[in-house]
Design a protein around this ligand. Structure first.
Ligand code: ARG
Length: 244
């Protein structure tokens, strides 16, 4: 037993295991954001999960994924609790101060979800209304900075939409894909055109050029060989089905 322990200790010291050298790549996300990440029973699945799994495979490492509230996703890579933050994260100048971003993998934006009985299709028209958003997102920033008011914060786009249905908010602002997913199957809700133009990328702790290079290569390859398009199609269909 002692021998085994000693061998394990020696191996740890020799390879400097722990920190960057660990054999597992840990992804951190917030899994209420279909089709990028959502729950299939107890499993976290989606486009972002596939991208990160491919990064781990390219590094020859095991892969693990965990979900936390969205406003804890970026702090988890800053503190080193996770290696990759992938959660439909929009690249912003503010976030760039704290993390490094990969090349983008989606062009997208936020939209307004409104009741057809009370149409609200521009940012301007939302002013003075109770606007639901997921906490920590660019939708929250939009309400604070562009509308100059406090939003009604929730923990997920679906929770905001439930508040809209219950009349606790007047409109919801969210990223287009989860917005479409929330609205699907309802007769009384609709979504506006984009009110912003955003890009998703993977965030990692600053100062890791080797990891960043592998992340970027993986994204570029997945775009070029059609895997990314396949994941988008597959998980959009699966998330839509889960809704039904
Ligand atoms: N794109 C928006 C942002 O970066 C919302 C992302 C929310 N993602 C999630 N997995 N809940 O702020």
């Amino acid at each position: 037993m002692k021998k085994v322990l000693f061998a394990a200790l020696a191996a740890t010291l020799l390879c400097g295991c722990g920190g960057d050298k660990s054999n597992t790549i840990k992804m951190i996300t917030e899994a209420t954001f279909p089709p990028y990440e959502f729950m299939r029973g107890h499993e976290i699945v989606g486009i972002d999960v596939e991208i990160c799994r491919a990064i781990a495979a390219k590094l020859g490492k095991d892969f693990k994924c965990e979900t936390v509230d969205f406003d804890s996703v970026i702090p988890a890579v800053v503190s080193g609790k996770a290696d990759l933050a992938a959660a439909g994260i929009t690249v912003t100048e503010d976030r760039k101060k704290n993390v490094d971003f990969s090349i983008p993998y989606v062009k997208t934006g936020i939209v307004i979800i409104y009741k057809k009985s009370d149409p609200c299709t521009t940012g301007e028209a939302c002013k003075g209304k109770r606007v639901g958003v997921q906490a920590g997102t660019t939708s929250e920033t939009y309400v604070l900075e562009q509308l100059g008011q406090e939003p009604e914060r929730s923990r997920s786009p679906a929770e905001s939409v439930a508040a809209l249905k219950a009349g606790r908010v007047d409109v919801v602002i969210a990223d287009i894909d989860p917005a479409k997913n929330c609205v699907k199957g309802t007769d009384d809700l609709a979504i506006s055109d984009f009110i912003t133009s955003e890009e998703y990328a993977i965030a990692i702790r600053k100062g890791q050029p080797e990891l960043l290079a592998v992340v970027n290569e993986t994204i570029a390859e997945a775009k070029a060989d059609g895997r990314l398009a396949k994941w988008v199609e597959q998980y959009t269909a699966e998330a839509d089905k889960l809704k039904d």
